[in-house]
Design a protein around this ligand. Structure first.
Ligand SMILES: Nc1ncnc2c1ncn2[C@@H]1O[C@H](COP(=O)(O)OP(=O)(O)OP(=O)(O)O)[C@@H](O)[C@H]1O
Ligand SMILES: [Mg+2]
Length: 242
């Protein structure tokens, strides 16, 4: 079997005075869409920061494409879209995406493709400052897509999007995975879990399970993934003290 794209062993992280990740073990296979799911504050963003190497780790190991997370050699191989969009407000959508394309040596056809993939073709000439919150998030996403990294880490990329666009984006993620890209995508909308190859179900800094959507349904006997996750949370001894 191929070695995993992301391999995390016994990861403990403190933020402020509290330990917020309590010994996470997980593997992400390359060419998969792995969903990081769980309630607000459970540690999704913290886990993603560990993968991209921007989080101080208390103990444990985080290995990405065979190197320690944060290694210089990984910089061009991994793309990260944070929960709050970071784009240049005074540049147009196209200029923002072109900037990243130039940085990563991608042609202008990649710019058009990335803008199209996030449904912003109509707004390509508009300044980022004049876009809505959901549109700004999509500019950030296009900037990550255009670099064509081997691993894409996306923190709640579908928040604020209408249902049609959400479905289209998830289909795009599945296409990227079919082409070999590894995606780690967080969400707290359980119906999005259906689009994932593998689910990391988190609560209160613990990983409750790493399962496929079908396995989750089988294990819990619930047809709806939302009910299945709730069932798992209720029957889990860890993190249930609150
Ligand atoms: N800068 C910080 N300093 C101290 N504690 C923090 C900091 N950022 C987050 N935390 C704490 O770490 C825990 C995990 O937060 P994290 O942002 O990873 O959660 P999340 O699952 O991404 O939540 P959300 O769904 O709301 O984005 C929370 O208890 C939070 O209060
Ligand atoms: Mg978060």
């Amino acid at each position: 079997m191929r070695s995993p794209a992301i391999d995390i062993r016994d990861l403990h992280v403190r933020r402020g005075n509290n330990e917020v990740l309590h010994g996470i073990n997980m593997q992400v296979q390359s060419g998969s869409v792995t969903g990081v799911l769980g309630p607000s504050g459970c540690g999704k963003t913290t886990l993603m920061r560990c993968v991209v190497g921007t989080q101080i780790v208390e103990s444990g190991t985080v290995s990405v494409l065979g190197s320690p997370a944060g290694s210089v050699s990984l910089r061009r191989r991994i793309g990260y879209v944070t929960q709050s969009p970071s784009v240049y407000a005074d540049l147009t959508v196209k200029k923002n995406v072109s900037y990243f394309a130039a940085l990563y040596g991608q042609p202008s056809s990649a710019v058009t493709e990335a803008i199209d993939a996030v449904g912003l073709t109509r707004f390509a000439g508009q300044k980022a400052a004049d876009l809505s919150g959901g549109q700004l998030g999509r500019v950030s996403l296009a900037c990550a897509l255009v670099a064509r990294p081997e691993i894409l880490v996306l923190d709640e990329p579908t928040v604020g999007l209408d249902p049609l666009l959400r479905v289209e984006l998830w289909e795009r993620f599945e296409d990227l995975a079919a082409g070999g890209t590894t995606l780690l995508v967080s969400s707290h909308v359980m119906d999005e879990a259906e689009h994932c190859t593998s689910l990391l179900l988190m609560r209160d800094g613990y990983l409750l399970a790493q399962v496929s959507p079908d396995e989750l349904r089988e294990q819990t006997g619930e047809a709806s993934l939302e009910e299945a996750f709730l069932n798992l949370i209720r029957s889990s001894p860890i993190g249930s003290e609150n």
